[in-house]
Design a protein around this ligand. Structure first.
Ligand SMILES: Cc1cc2nc3c(=O)[nH]c(=O)nc-3n(C[C@H](O)[C@H](O)[C@H](O)COP(=O)(O)OP(=O)(O)OC[C@H]3O[C@@H](n4cnc5c(N)ncnc54)[C@H](O)[C@@H]3O)c2cc1C
Length: 632
C-alpha cells in the first residue's frame, strides 16, 4: 500500500450503417464533385458529448467502420465516393492530443494554413476525454481517460514549450489549485478489499495509523502463512540474492516476473500471490505474471528493501519503470484530466468554439461544437468521420498531394491536402495505406494497445467513505481492481466538493487480462472482453462492488448512485516494449521507429510512434511528424 501513486492508480452515439456505397479498388472514380458534406450531428444545437453517460470512450458508432475496414467488408460494396471539393494544406487523421498538436505545430510554421482534423469519435481528444455531470446543481468533472500531466521522464523542450504556449504551468497550477492532502486531512486513506470469491470472505482492510503489517493482516481472510509471508515481503530487510552485485541482481530481476520473484526468490506461499496479482494493472495493463521484478522495483514495490539495489535505471527495464527510477516529470491533474489540454488546443485552433483566455477558465467553459467544422475557419475538426484510405497522388517520392477518404454516417467522402499526418493508431495504418512498404506495415502491426476501463460513477454523497475512513480502495480479486474519490482541485470557477454530504464522482478502473499469456496476447484478449461486455454487466458490477465495499459504511447502491459513464478503451495505452517478452532491438530498429517513416506527403504521429503511453510522447511525435513534412 506504500507504492507511488501515479496517474494510472488512480451508449449512446449514432449507429453507423457500414458499407453502403463504395466501388471496389483504390479511391475509385469520385462522384458529385464539389458537393459539401451533409449537415452533421455536431452542427446541431444541443450537441454536447462530454455530458453523455452510458458506454463512452470507444462508444457505439465510433469503431464499426474501422473494424469493417480491417475485415475487408468496407470495400465489398459498390457505389460512390463524394468529393467534397475541399482542398487543405494539411489533413490530420485522429483528433487526440497528437493530432491536435500536429495541427497546432503546422499552423505555427505556416500561418493561415487550412487544416482539417478527422476523428471517428463524436468528441475530440482521443484518450483525453472529459466526463461532465451536473450534480446537485453544480458542474462536476472527471477524466474519461487521460488522468493527468505526468510522465516517467521530464517533458521535452517541445512538449513543455507547447504547455507554456497554452499557458499551462503545471507546477504553479498544482501549488495553487490541487488540494492533495484534503482526504488525508479528514482521516481518509488507502484500503484493500478482499472479496469472498478470491479470498474466502469479504473484508475491507483500512491502512494507516501505527498498525504493523502483521497486525493489519491479522484481520484479513488470508491464511496465516500468506499473512506472515506478506508481512515479511512488505517489511523485512532480507537480501534474497546474496553474493551478487547490484548490477548482477538487477540483471537477474529483469529476466523474471514479479510473480516469479515472489514465489521463487522470496519463497512466498502461493496463497499470497492473489494479494499482489492486480497491483500492476493500472500502470502496465497486465498483472504481476507479465511485469518484470526489476520494473516493479522501480515503482517502489515491496520485497527489495534488503537487496541494496543502487538507485536509478538499469539495462533491461521497460520505458515507464526506467523513467520513474531516474526521476519523472512534474504532475498536475485538471478536473477533466488532460482533456483540458485538448480543449486548450482546440481553443487555439478554433477560437470561436470555446470562450476564455486562460488554462484556468477553460475548465468551466462550455464548448460550442457547432463551430468546430465551420467553413470560414482555417482549422476545422470533423467528428464521427472514420478515415478509410490515405493515398499519395502519383508516385510517393514526387507526390505533391494526398487524397483522403473517410466515412461519415454511412456515406463516403474524399478531400485532398498538400500533406497528411496520421495521428491515429499504428495498427490501422496498413489498412489506410496499403501501398506502404511491406516491412513498414509489419512494423506498424507489432504494437497491441493496452485495453482499460475507466468508469465514472456519480454518488449523492460520500458519507460511507468518511464512515469507513477511506478515499481509495485496491480490490485485487474484484471486477474493478481499484476505485477512488475524485481528486480535489479548485481551478478558475470550478470547485470540488468538500463535505461528505455533497455529491461526488468516483473513478473505478478495470484492466481485462488473461494471466499466463505474453503481454500482447493478454491485450488482444482484453480488447475482445471489453467490446463484448454490455453496459448492463458493467453496471451490475459497479453497483455490486460498491455495495459490498461501502455497504458497512451505510452506502445504498440503489439510491446513492445517480449516473454511470463507462469509458471503454480497447485501444488504450500505447504499447511499451516488455523486457520479458520483446527482443532488445538495436538502436533505431525497434518496430515503432521503422513504422513511423514518412511516406511521400504522409507522416506518422501518435503516441504509438514513440512507444510511450504518455501525453508528452503524443506531442513529441506530432512535432517530429510535422517537421518531416515541412522539411521537404
Ligand atoms: C485510460 C487512459 C489513461 C491515461 N492516463 C494518462 C495520464 O495520466 N498521463 C499521460 O501522460 N498519459 C496518459 N495516457 C496516455 C495518453 O492518453 C496518450 O498517450 C495520449 O493521449 C495519446 O494521444 P494520441 O493523440 O497519440 O492518441 P489517441 O488519444 O488515441 O488519439 C488518436 C485518435 O485517432 C482516432 N482514430 C484512429 N483511427 C482513426 C481513423 N481511421 N479515422 C479517424 N480517426 C481515427 C482515434 O479514435 C483517436 O480518437 C492514458 C491513456 C489511457 C487510455
Amino acid at each position: 500500500m506504500g507504492a507511488r501513486i501515479t496517474r494510472r492508480d488512480f451508449l449512446n452515439g449514432v449507429s453507423v450503417a457500414v458499407g453502403g456505397s463504395i466501388a471496389g479498388g483504390l479511391l475509385p472514380g469520385l462522384a458529385m464533385p464539389g458537393r459539401a458534406a451533409a449537415a452533421a450531428p455536431q452542427d446541431q444545437a444541443g450537441y454536447y458529448p462530454p455530458a453523455l453517460t452510458g458506454l463512452r470512450g470507444s462508444h457505439v458508432g465510433s469503431f464499426e467502420v474501422a473494424h469493417s475496414l480491417r475485415d475487408g467488408s468496407v470495400w465489398s460494396q459498390s457505389g460512390k465516393i463524394t468529393d467534397t471539393g475541399e482542398r487543405y494544406d494539411l489533413v490530420v487523421v485522429g483528433g487526440g492530443i497528437s493530432g491536435l498538436s500536429a495541427a497546432y505545430f503546422y499552423r505555427a510554421r505556416r500561418r493561415g494554413a487550412r487544416i482539417l482534423i478527422l476523428d471517428n469519435h463524436d468528441d475530440f481528444g482521443g484518450h483525453a476525454k472529459r466526463n461532465e455531470f451536473q450534480l446537485g446543481g453544480r458542474l462536476a468533472l472527471i477524466n474519461g481517460g487521460t488522468f493527468q500531466i505526468d510522465s516517467p521522464r521530464p517533458y521535452s523542450a517541445v512538449a513543455d514549450g507547447l504547455l507554456q504556449e497554452l499557458a499551462i504551468d503545471p507546477v504553479a497550477l498544482a501549488n495553487k489549485c490541487a488540494d492533495r492532502d484534503f482526504y488525508r486531512s479528514l482521516g481518509l486513506g488507502r484500503s484493500v478489499f478482499f472479496d469472498r470469491e478470491t479470498f474466502g470472505a469479504d473484508k475491507l482492510l483500512v491502512a494507516g495509523g501505527e498498525a504493523s503489517w502483521t497486525q493489519l493482516l491479522a484481520q484479513s481472510p488470508l491464511s496465516p502463512q500468506a499473512q506472515s509471508d506478506i508481512a515479511r515481503i512488505e517489511e523485512a530487510k532480507i537480501d534474497y540474492l546474496p553474493g551478487l552485485s547490484s548490477a548482477e541482481k538487477k540483471s537477474r530481476l529483469s529476466k523474471m516476473s514479479y510473480r516469479d520473484f515472489l514465489l521463487n526468490v522470496t519463497k512466498a506461499d502461493p496463497s499470497a500471490i492473489a494479494f499482489y496479482q492486480a497491483r500492476t494493472h493500472g500502470e502496465w495493463g497486465v498483472g504481476i505474471d507479465a511485469v518484470s521484478a526489476l520494473d516493479v522495483w522501480g515503482f517502489g514495490f515491496p520485497g527489495f528493501q534488503g537487496l541494496e539495489l543502487a538507485p536509478g535505471s538499469a539495462p533491461g527495464m521497460g520505458y515507464t519503470a526506467a523513467g520513474y527510477a531516474d526521476g519523472a516529470s512534474y504532475t498536475f491533474h485538471f478536473p477533466d484530466g488532460n482533456a483540458s489540454i485538448a480543449r486548450l488546443l482546440v481553443r487555439s485552433l478554433v477560437p470561436e468554439s470555446l470562450p476564455g483566455r486562460s488554462a484556468e477558465d477553460v475548465v468551466s467553459a462550455r464548448l460550442d461544437y457547432s463551430r468546430l467544422d465551420d467553413a470560414g475557419s482555417p482549422a476545422r475538426i470533423r467528428l464521427g468521420s472514420t478515415t478509410i484510405r490515405v493515398r499519395n497522388v502519383g508516385d510517393p517520392a514526387a507526390s505533391a498531394e494526398v487524397e483522403i477518404a473517410y466515412m461519415r454516417a454511412g456515406e463516403l467522402y474524399a478531400v485532398r491536402a498538400g500533406s497528411c499526418v496520421l495521428a491515429c493508431y499504428n495498427m490501422i495504418i496498413p489498412y489506410l495505406c496499403p501501398e506502404l512498404p511491406e516491412p513498414q506495415k509489419e512494423a506498424l502491426r507489432y504494437a497491441v494497445k493496452v485495453p482499460l476501463i475507466y468508469a465514472s460513477v456519480a454518488l449523492t454523497n460520500w458519507t460511507a467513505f468518511k464512515a469507513l475512513g477511506i478515499s481509495r480502495v485496491y480490490s485485487p480479486g474484484s471486477y474493478f481492481s481499484s476505485l477512488f474519490l475524485n481528486p480535489v482541485v479548485d481551478i478558475g470557477e470550478y470547485r470540488s466538493p468538500r463535505s461528505p454530504a455533497e455529491p461526488v464522482l468516483v473513478q473505478m478502473t478495470r484492466t481485462p487480462v488473461a494471466p499466463g499469456l505474453p503481454e500482447r496476447d493478454q491485450h488482444r484478449a482484453g480488447q475482445l472482453d471489453i467490446l463484448s461486455t454490455s453496459f448492463a454487466t458493467f453496471e451490475r458490477n459497479i453497483r455490486g462492488q460498491l455495495a459490498r465495499i461501502l455497504g458497512p459504511g451505510g452506502f445504498d447502491s440503489e439510491s446513492d448512485i445517480t449516473a454511470i459513464t463507462v469509458n471503454r478503451w480497447p485501444h488504450g495505452y500505447a504499447y511499451e516494449y516488455n523486457p520479458l517478452f520483446d527482443p532488445d532491438w538495436p538502436e533505431g530498429a525497434a518496430p515503432h521507429v521503422l513504422g513511423r517513416a514518412r511516406f511521400g506527403r504522409i507522416a506518422i504521429a501518435n503516441s504509438d510512434a514513440g512507444a510511450a503511453a504518455y501525453t508528452d510522447s503524443a506531442i513529441d511525435q506530432a512535432h517530429r511528424a510535422v517537421q518531416e513534412l515541412l522539411q521537404n
